[in-house]
Design a protein around this ligand. Sequence first.
Ligand code: ARG
Length: 458
Amino acid sequence: MLWGGRFRKNLDKAALRFSTSFPIDIRLLPEDIEGSLAHAEMLSKIGLLSQKEFDDIAGGLKKIEKEWNGSAWPKDLDSYEDVHSAIEARLYELIGDAAGKLHTGRSRNDQIATCERLWTKKACLQIKSLQVSLQKTLLSSAERHTETLMPGYTHLQRAQPISLAFHFLAYMEMLERDKNRFVHVIEASDSNPLGSAALAGSTLPLDRELTRQILRFEKSTANAMDTVSDRDYFLDFLHACGVGMMHLSRLAEEMILWSTSEWNFIQLSDEYSTGSSLMPQKKNPDMAELIRGKVGRVYGHYMALSTTMKGLPLSYNRDLQEDKIPVFDSFDTYCDCLEIMTGMIATMRVNDRRFESELAGSFSLATDLADALVMKGVAFREAHRIVGQIVQFAEEKGQKFSDLSLSDLKTIYSGFAESDLELLKIEQALKRKKTTGSPNPDLVKQQIERWRKTLTAK
Ligand code: ARG
């Protein structure tokens, strides 16, 4: 036990079971050892550990990490309060009394903050690389589909024709913002807590700058009390996971819709589909549904930790130990979802020509026709009314836009010319778009080119 001096009895068994975080924070073992090695090196530099003591401590810590990697330790997750106390106890077993010097000038309060900040920086980098893989996969698919027509929707009603490439480029933007959110989380966690001790620093001449350098933190934290109480970087992390999951859920939902027989736009690979135990014909998009469904738990994790933090008096309180499950589970969930989504996109088949004839027969070019009238000097509201009448005229005759003749158009507005009939054909629809950020295939190709460059530069 770490704090036995003023106690006569051991912690009650049920109380230990209730309060231990060891089964969960065991995954911080590499960070705990990294932090302890840095702290020990600093203690030896300032003369509080002899060379021999430092060598014993460093050797022991490395041995513990090896034992853990080889699953030789720990045998019992129930008998320690947390990863810090378990490692210290094992260090005593391995090197004897010198283990008692490692905790000099350190509290588990700055120790856990150090572990968590180190872990967060690594986790953000891992997430970013999965986000980049998904972006690369979306980009490859976009490259193949700059002219794959599909309806763009508002209100889930067909609005204007777009391409699948254009649609995927929208997700590229979302993923880029998602990545930037994690860049911010890295900044928020990039400060060295060591030397803050329990809450008020130390009377020992601890060299905070040295541990900062060894652990490669950008800076050291400025206020010891804030240091041991702060979990804002975790809340930022959970928020970033939540928004990232929300974006994945939107893509998942679209894939679910697109793979229905009503849409029949994509087929998901067998590798990412499941069957029904009852209906032999069924092929279900379960992976996409699970991605959509798992957003709930990640949102919940933000709520859990922000509620734990609310009203917490300074500085460290044991409540803070509740931070780990939400953070680790959000990380695991988001990583899994990114990976599965990448696999689904990479392996799905697209029905390239699915919407061509339907779009040709639809009124989705009505806005283009109104724009053409504007170019002739007609006020937009008037143009809107004229085209509305044309739609009504065609509908009443049971005709498509592309069936209309010049004289049909002229019965409604005399200023139409032969060349305007071209506007009713779907083939040129995307190419006519002029504005940057539109689905014009040339502009889409430029965007793809830009993404290729940025993604390979990183
Ligand atoms: N397991 C604890 C946590 O995760 C470590 C810090 C414990 N500090 C303490 N004073 N009991 O928060």
